[in-house]
Design a protein around this ligand. Structure first.
Ligand code: NAP
Length: 396
């Protein structure tokens, strides 16, 4: 068994920490060669002390100076770099063969694309990368010749329920009819609609089943997360949009399902613990211990499923509309949502304004073809500016 050389983009986040937790139990299988963070320098220094990567990256020069000092004190010989280009260097110059793409948001796109282009095994948690540049990303994976393993629990579940050779044959030949993405419905699944206006960031980040970063927690509350996942599934699995369905499943035990032509529905189940899909991606096609408690179905009173209420979750409808429009629309959706969620978390934008803002930005920017990275990054910048202008106008 050869030891896998792993780079973790976003090692200080929720996915990054869970990835290191799985790796910690398998020193015979995995060696960490690069770790990256944005601001959490102290935590990154601790991770470097434990895992001794060749490269560590932070967002800016001040952070790099502080990290270098901390590492020097402990005589750790990790090379310290900073800035967006250094995230690409962490992928291309660290001798990694496996890249966990777990930076949150659009900032993760360029390094994830770099990993795809140079043929790494890409463990994709950063769904925003695929939402923004699905076509480009899938082409990069193909020309790079690496393996793409979805880490999002729903897509990982579908990956596990599809036949091994699903990328090599049209779905119709394999009898795949539909993909069913499950969604917990978040913390406001049953909140009276007239109370949604006063939701606070703390309430939105208190997910009933999963412990996650703040941005994805808000996305789960609005169900924009599921909308982004529909677009992610469209690119990953190549089914027409109308064959990708969303089901509310409050227990988060069935992580997603595939319905086949003969009436079979295959589901992947487990605890709501990201270490399961992370371990699956790291070791695929083998299965390794992930530190996850066994699922005890007898202890669960029931498993419920229902269709999402679109009036409660307008972000889900907006994501379906952007997916249908195609081209640059999903990148606009993503950028507007990132700005809106950040404004909700940090600057008091009311919860219900998240969907309104995304809708206004989508209406303001015409859809064009998403045929190059330059076009995608330029539309991302434009959508952020339009969103910021709308927010500024709200407070005039
Ligand atoms: N958490 C989950 O259970 C889960 C499940 C499925 C999919 N995902 C996806 O996985 C990705 C990561 O989610 P998360 O919950 O782990 O997020 P998170 O806890 O917020 O962590 C984000 C990571 O990205 C780094 N980062 C943030 N902005 C950056 C920038 N501009 N440049 C470079 N690095 C930056 C952060 O560094 P600092 O810590 O230094 O700020 C941190 O390491 C997201 O795309 C999310 O949708 C997450």
């Amino acid at each position: 068994m050869s030891v896998k050389q792993v780079a973790i983009l976003g090692s200080t986040g929720s996915i990054g920490i869970n990835t290191l937790d799985v790796i910690r139990s398998h020193p015979d299988r995995f060696n960490v060669v690069a770790l990256t963070a944005a601001k959490q320098v102290d935590l990154l220094a601790e991770q470097c002390d434990e895992f001794r990567p060749a490269i560590a990256v932070v967002a800016d020069a001040d952070g790099a100076l502080r990290l270098s000092k901390l590492l020097l004190e402990k005589k750790i010989q990790t090379q310290v770099l900073y800035g967006p280009d250094a995230l690409v260097t962490a992928v291309t110059n660290s001798d990694c063969d496996t890249v966990m793409a777990a930076i949150v948001g659009a900032a993760g796109l360029v390094p994830a694309l770099a990993a795809a282009n140079v043929g790494k095994r890409v463990l994709l948690a950063n769904k925003e990368a695929l939402v923004m540049s699905g076509n480009l990303f899938m082409q990069a994976m193909k020309s790079g010749g690496g393996e793409l393993l979805p880490i999002d629990s729903e897509h990982n579940a579908i990956f596990q329920c599809l036949p091994n050779d699903f990328t090599k044959a049209p779905h119709a030949h394999l009898g795949v009819e539909e993909l069913w993405l499950t969604a917990s419905g978040g913390p406001f699944r049953n909140t009276p609609l007239d109370q949604l206006a006063s939701i606070t960031p703390e309430q939105a980040c208190a997910h009933p089943n999963w412990v996650m970063g703040r941005k994805i927690s808000v996305d789960s509350a609005t169900m924009m997360n599921k909308g982004l996942e529909v677009i992610e599934a469209f690119w990953l699995f190549g089914l027409p949009l109308e064959k990708i369905k969303v089901l509310i499943h409050p227990q988060s035990v069935v992580h997603s399902m595939v319905r086949y032509r003969d009436g079979s529905v295959l589901a992947q189940m487990g605890q709501p613990d990201m270490r399961t899909p992370i371990a699956y991606g790291l070791a695929w096609p083998e299965r390794i211990e992930a530190g996850v408690a066994p699922l005890n179905l007898a202890q669960l009173a029931s498993l419920n499923f229902s269709e999402p209420e679109l009036a409660r979750f307008p972000c889900l409808s907006l994501a379906f509309a952007a997916a249908k429009a195609g081209g640059t629309a999903p990148a606009v959706l993503n950028a507007a949502n990132e700005v809106a969620v950040a404004a909700f978390l940090d600057s008091g934008l009311p919860y219900l304004q998240i969907a309104s803002l995304v809708e206004r930005v989508l209406n303001a920017i015409p859809v064009s073809s998403a045929d190059s990275l330059e076009t995608i990054l330029s539309v991302d910048t434009q959508a952020r500016k339009v969103a910021q202008d709308f927010i500024a106008a709200l407070y005039k």
